[in-house]
Design a protein around this ligand. Structure first.
Ligand code: NAP
Length: 243
């Protein structure tokens, strides 16, 4: 099995990497910085690490595209896109419209929508060599418009909703050229990572999962994915979430 992880230093991306390496898979991981040692098994013969800078996704001549050609020359079974941003420095999820800022919206859309869309575009030319590939773009339940009863987190919710639409659009295109491939937006469930850390205090008991548990649950769900599910927004247990 060959698995590609985009955003390998994310808490969930690192756990997915460790999970698939333990399954003896070959795992190709892209991240902006070298992978943190703490998240990797001691001996990881199946691991290939690649560093990239986000602006490379926009440059037609960047070395990233040559690297992708090489990585995808060996058929790929699974791709996980784990990029995401909820808070950073001055950016905090909004509790009300008063806290909304253009800068915050731009940051959220850059990492939650634009970069995941550009990653999909970047790997697109090489997917024909992996006609049964499963593409899992990590999204969030709070990006569901129909499910939103609580409000707040305007930038994060809106940028994930936009990601869901991009996944849906691309899945329709994918179905025409590669009908056996599957592209979904996937909610991983609340997971103990740097992203959720400041917001864990009031969670109902049992809701917070370890990254390793999330990786196991996502791997089990993804193993059962079929092309009939393409374009869906899925909960980590495989059930369909409303857009
Ligand atoms: N944790 C949760 O409870 C939870 C719940 C629902 C949905 N999710 C979603 O699941 C995915 C993974 O979440 P996580 O908790 O593992 O997140 P995380 O630990 O905060 O990692 C997010 C990753 O996004 C990438 N990233 C952040 N800022 C970036 C920037 N400016 N440019 C490019 N890449 C950037 C980084 O990848 P590199 O450092 O590797 O480049 C970073 O490691 C995200 O899409 C998140 O929205 C998480």
């Amino acid at each position: 099995m060959h698995v590609v992880i985009l955003g390998g230093n994310s808490g969930i991306g690192a756990a997915l990497t460790a999970h698939y390496l333990q399954q003896q898979a070959q795992v190709s991981v892209f991240s902006r910085a070298a992978l943190a040692d703490a998240v990797l098994p001691d001996a990881a013969p199946g691991l290939q690490q690649y560093q990239y800078q986000p602006e490379m996704l926009e440059q037609a001549q960047s070395p990233l595209h040559e690297t992708l050609k090489t990585v995808f020359s060996q058929p790929v079974d699974l791709v996980f896109c784990c990029l995401g941003l909820l808070h950073q420095d001055q950016l905090q999820p909004e509790k009300s419209l008063r806290q909304l800022s253009a800068a915050g919206l731009r940051q959220a859309f850059e990492v939650n929508t634009i970069l995941p869309a550009l990653w999909l575009q970047a790997i697109w030319p090489w997917l024909s060599q992996s006609p049964q590939v499963k593409l899992c773009w990590l999204s969030a339940k709070v990006g569901s418009i129909a499910d939103n009863q609580a409000g707040g987190w305007h930038s994060y919710r809106a940028s994930k909703a936009a990601l869901n639409m991009l996944v849906r659009c691309a899945s329709i295109e994918l179905k025409r050229s590669l009908p056996q491939a599957t592209l979904v937006a996937l909610h991983p469930g609340t997971t103990d990572t740097a992203m959720s850390k400041p917001f864990q205090r009031n969670l109902p008991a049992g809701q917070l999962q370890t990254p390793a548990d999330t990786a196991r649950r996502l791997a089990a769900t993804v193993a059962d994915l079929t092309p009939a599910q393409t374009g869906a927004l899925l909960h980590w247990d495989g059930s369909v979430l409303p857009y």
